[in-house]
Design a protein around this ligand. Structure first.
Ligand code: PLP
Length: 395
């Protein structure tokens, strides 16, 4: 195909030129005396992105799923009870991982399009007088449905119930893009992936771990080897890894963190809100709805757009890819065929996002959806044009 392809799945996201170039390095000696000068500042700067001062950040060559596994196996024991709200494909998969690892998972099943149900969690924690629940798993940004949950609110609920469970947060499609405050929200294990807000290829799982979780890891009995925090702690302290690290990814991470630092996290959160709002205006102008049931659930990194009854979102996605070279995110599992997703996270601006809106609009019309030509693009355009700043205050 001539020209560039549009990558608008909600991760992997576009890798900025500076990050791609930083990764293009000759192979190097990962035990050389030069390595700590690269590695040690990465850990310091990652703490700023996770917004933790007292926690520790681990880097594993793995994807986000490996990050889930590392956080669970390091801190829990076989048969431990965990409470897991489930409202989209990624919370489904996280529960599955916990069950396969031998945990006793109590799910709170919620309608897809909603998020962590704070009142139900509160009731459940209040009833748990013996503190049998050892962990609460919350998917901050459910990428399958475009739903963001209130993690600060969840922490308040846990505190009001005076419940000592560890708080695990899947921040894979939020950390580095959406407001995330590990320390303030009392998050014990926060999992991120390199291919989303960090604007890198997939392949690094980044995990923020609180002191409370590190303490728990000393007695946790689940089997682990490659993912053992203990080995990491010992070698990371001097700026090395217990095995061969992917050096090119570490160079890419350096460049990514430099960009994050230069833009500023608050500005990044505001930019994601601003860009996402333009997409939401387009969806409204198309007379379509989001999978997210209420504005309080709206995700600023991904919009899952519901196609009208009698239409198949898979056709929109196929048409966009084949005719226009545009990748849109598919509907996963129970929303397959019902939604298509536009990822709007990472290294992105209005004109790039216009490509996704224009391509989605043309593809929907091509496969017979009743969409007025230019309607969504015009609505986004009017919203974005009205502001000189590429940012928007968070509520
Ligand atoms: N959790 C969420 C919210 C995700 O969006 C994803 C991937 O898109 C995952 C978990 C799984 O991460 P990975 O595919 O990097 O293993």
């Amino acid at each position: 195909m001539q020209g560039i392809r549009g990558l608008f799945v909600p991760g992997p996201t576009n890798v900025p030129e500076a990050v791609r170039k930083a990764m293009d390095v000759p192979m190097e000696d990962h035990r050389s005396p030069d390595v700590p000068a690269l590695v040690l500042p990465l850990f310091q700067d990652l703490k700023k992105v996770f917004r933790t001062e007292t926690g520790q950040v681990f880097l594993f060559p793995a994807t986000g799923t490996g990050g889930w596994e590392a956080s669970i196996t390091n801190t829990l024991s076989p048969g431990d009870k965990v409470l897991a709200p489930r409202f989209g494909q990624f919370s489904v998969l996280w529960v599955d991982l916990c069950q396969r690892l031998g945990l006793d998972v109590e799910t709170l099943d919620c309608e897809w399009g909603t998020g962590v149900p704070l009142e139900t969690v509160a009731e459940r924690l209040m009833a748990d007088k013996k503190h049998e629940i050892k962990a609460i798993l919350a998917c901050h940004n459910e990428t399958a449905t475009g739903v963001t949950s209130d993690i600060g609110g969840l922490r308040k609920v846990m505190d009001q119930c005076d419940h000592p469970a560890l708080l695990y947060v899947d921040g894979i499609s939020s950390i580095g893009s959406l407001e995330f405050r590990m320390e303030d929200w009392g998050v014990d294990l926060a999992v991120a992936g390199s291919q989303k807000g960090f604007m890198m290829p997939a392949g690094l799982a980044l995990i923020g771990v609180s002191q409370k979780a590190l303490e728990a890891s000393k007695t946790a009995q689940l089997r682990r080897c490659y993912f053992d925090f203990k080995d990491m702690i010992a070698t990371n302290a001097t700026g090395y890894f217990p095995y061969t690290p992917p050096m090119h990814m570490l160079h890419g991470l350096r460049a990514s963190l430099n960009r994050i630092e230069a833009e500023g996290l608050e500005n990044i959160w505001g930019r994601h809100r601003f860009l996402a709002e333009g997409v939401r205006r387009a969806v409204a102008a198309w007379n379509l709805t989001l999978c997210a049931k209420e504005p309080k659930w709206h995700s600023d990194t991904v919009s899952a757009i519901v196609v009208p009854e009698g239409h198949d979102a898979r056709k929109v996605i196929a048409r966009a890819y084949e005719r226009y070279g545009l990748s849109l995110g598919a509907g996963l599992s129970v929303v397959a065929g019902k939604v298509f997703r536009i990822g709007h996270l990472g290294d992105l601006n209005e004109l790039m996002l216009m490509m996704a809106l224009g391509g989605a609009e043309m593809s929907m019309r091509d496969v017979g959806l009743p969409i007025e030509a230019g309607s969504g693009v015009a609505a986004a355009e009017e919203f974005w044009r009205a502001s000189n700043s590429r940012s928007m205050a968070l509520a």
